[in-house]
Design a protein around this ligand. Structure first.
Ligand code: ADP
Length: 376
């Protein structure tokens, strides 16, 4: 039986392992926290730091393949393992391109992939001298996620709020819609693309509010988005699962925002809504089986279940019974012991042929559930 490891033990690892039980595979997870969401679902849990060279190398030595659920892993160790014959999904060279926003933006430019124009700023001083480029968005090169590495610079006074670290300053797009395309690439570089997902954001939290698949856009724009996303995934030169986030502007131009080289929040609905989920698909790729069918069974929406603002401590799920009573709603709790404001604690997927039903239920779910901690 193949031995496959996952670096990171959060919800993505957890959902990957839920799909792994259908296949002949021995699973390994490495994570610092022993009570992380994926720990009890794998065959072998290894306590360790996925940022540390030695920990990652020791973890990977005896494995056939490794995948990641987070970009901030030690890619030097992965590169050494790759040279010694361990298959890495995505390839460490691709991970290097993506995990640094400067390199990622340079990759789009080099491959003539439409993405907002940008300049590189090495520190706050350099940002302050880039006034002619605003309105723009300042994005830290390394370590930003869930909106924390992004600052909107609308006017001169916002320049102070930028990052005093290497970053890109990207032209502000007047966004009409944000969409995401999940793409699977196997070892033979065959591709399969999931129907597009439309993302609707909560402007306060800067975290995804709810999303709908398939996206409601004219076919011409969807084709453009699909072609661009496929070009991104193919140009990256690695098998794996890729989530390409795109903007559609008011002129119906499509731009790449960013790409994740792994299973992604924008593909969680594929568990119930598509014939082969993004998680199932990654096992097919890593185990050398045929790509699965990405078609949707029914249109879907996802609501992230977030920790209530201003509350932390051991999680309590108020209103869970109410959402479990709703038809065609599938609840996933990630098993995180502690909640805090805005933390992703779970998600709910809604299936329906009727878009207004999806939106209505998404709002009902958001209003019904409250995840609070006992220390509130
Ligand atoms: P993260 O990876 O932290 O989620 P993103 O790069 O996806 O960061 O940016 C977060 C959000 O900021 C996007 O979803 C979008 O709403 C907004 N944003 C990012 N880049 C731009 C841009 N160039 N123009 C306008 N809005 C942007």
């Amino acid at each position: 039986m193949r031995k496959i490891g996952i670096l990171g033990g959060g919800q993505l690892g957890r959902m990957l392992l839920q799909a792994a039980v259908n296949y002949p595979v021995e699973t390994f997870v490495m994570e610092k926290e022993e009570d992380c969401p994926a720990a009890h679902l794998c065959h072998h849990f290894v306590k360790g730091d996925f940022r540390d060279f030695q920990d990652v190398y020791n973890f990977g030595k005896g494995l056939d393949a490794i995948t990641i659920e987070i970009e901030s892993v030690n890619e030097d160790a992965l590169e050494k393992l790759e040279n010694e014959g361990v298959k890495i999904y995505p390839k460490p060279s691709t991970l290097r391109t993506i995990k640094n926003k400067i390199k990622q933006k340079e990759f789009y430019a080099k491959n003539e992939i439409p993405s907002p124009a940008f300049v590189v700023t090495k520190d706050l001083e350099e940002l302050k001298s880039s006034e002619e480029f605003i309105p723009a968005v300042h994005k830290i090169a390394l370590g930003g996620y869930d909106g924390r590495g992004v600052k909107i610079i609308r006017g001169k006074s916002d320049l102070e709020k930028g990052f005093d670290a290497p970053a890109v300053l990207e032209k502000l797009v007047v966004i009409s819609k944000e969409i995401a395309q999940i793409i699977a690439i196997n070892d033979k570089f065959e591709a399969a693309i999931y129907p597009p997902v439309e993302m609707v954001f909560d402007s306060n939290l800067n975290l995804l509010d709810y999303q709908i698949s398939p996206a409601d856009l004219p076919e011409r724009i969807l084709w453009k988005a699909e072609a661009i996303a496929l070009k991104v995934a193919r140009s990256l030169g690695s098998p794996g699962i890729f989530a390409v986030e795109l903007f559609v502007d008011k002129q119906n131009e499509v731009y790449v925002n960013e790409t994740a080289p792994r299973v992604h929040n924008s593909g969680h609905h594929t568990i119930e809504a598509n014939f082969s989920s993004q998680f199932d698909m990654l096992w097919r790729i890593m185990l050398g089986y045929p790509l699965g069918n990405t078609d949707h069974i029914l249109p879907a929406a996802i609501v992230n279940l977030l920790g209530a603002a201003g509350s932390s401590g051991p999680a309590q799920y108020d209103g869970l019974t109410e959402i479990l009573q709703m038809d065609n709603v599938f609840v996933h709790l990630y098993g995180k012991k502690e909640t805090r404001g805005g933390r992703k604690m779970g998600h709910a997927t809604i299936l329906s042929t009727d878009k207004s039903d999806l939106i209505h239920k998404a709002h009902r779910i958001k209003n019904a559930i409250s995840i609070v901690g006992s220390k509130s």
